[in-house]
Design a protein around this ligand. Structure first.
Ligand code: HEM
Length: 185
């Protein structure tokens, strides 16, 4: 009989800060400012929706010493008083860093949408546009997205998301301002 052995603790946990082990890979230099957990609020809308909405979001970027970031985002809608209303979009993925700050991102959503996006990280801002969108059989029709993440003063991350979907041309869907969470430098 095969001895599968006892479960082990993960020997290579992700780092959330540039100054903790493992050291970030050199190709991550243009995005090390993103490492850590961010949270904040945003507003969104789309021409097909009856009204705009407010939301809160938590975003985490980490790495394991190789030249990619692990990306995880979780959002929830807020009511007019700012209290949580219901869970909203979630995503997880990988941002593969290439020379000269080029980024290849693979991002998946529980709504059946997978984005392969490409772009560039320069001077604390990252621009990504979809090269390809794959849809599961019952997913809504999404044809393109554009994302811009802008780091200001090291502690604020502004995020803008454009969407081409359900027959509409590429246009604004979301804007948010996220603040770095204490403990993640
Ligand atoms: C913070 C992240 C996001 C939030 C808070 C958000 C919020 C919303 C809300 C509230 C709606 C209206 C339907 C509903 O109530 O569920 C909606 C619709 C939609 N969203 Fe988002 N969204 C987010 C991210 C995304 C992303 C990343 C995509 C695609 C890549 C996306 C694509 C869509 C599409 C296709 C619709 C349907 C539009 C329609 O059928 O009229 N959303 N979103």
């Amino acid at each position: 009989m095969t001895d599968f052995g006892p479960a082990e603790k993960r020997p290579y946990p992700d780092a959330l800060r540039p100054d903790e082990a493992p050291a970030p890979h050199a190709l991550l230099a243009p995005v090390t400012g993103l490492l850590g957990t961010w949270s904040g609020r945003g507003r969104g809308g789309y021409p097909t929706l009856a009204e705009e909405f407010s939301y809160a979001q938590e975003v985490t970027f980490s790495h394991d010493g190789r030249p990619f970031l692990r990306y995880e985002a979780c959002a929830w809608l807020l009511d007019a008083q700012g209290a949580p209303l219901r869970p909203a979009a979630r995503e997880s993925g990988w941002w593969r860093l290439q020379p000269e700050g080029r980024v290849e991102a693979v991002i998946t959503q529980p709504t059946g949408i997978v984005e392969i996006s490409v772009g560039c990280a320069v001077d604390g801002s990252v621009d990504l546009t979809t090269q390809e969108v794959a849809l599961s059989p019952t997913a809504k029709e999404v044809t393109a997205t554009g994302r811009r993440y802008t780091l200001t003063a090291g502690h604020t991350l502004d995020f803008v998301h454009d969407l081409a979907a359900v027959g509409q041309p590429l246009q604004h869907h979301l804007s948010a301002r996220l603040l770095r969470q204490p403990g993640s430098v």
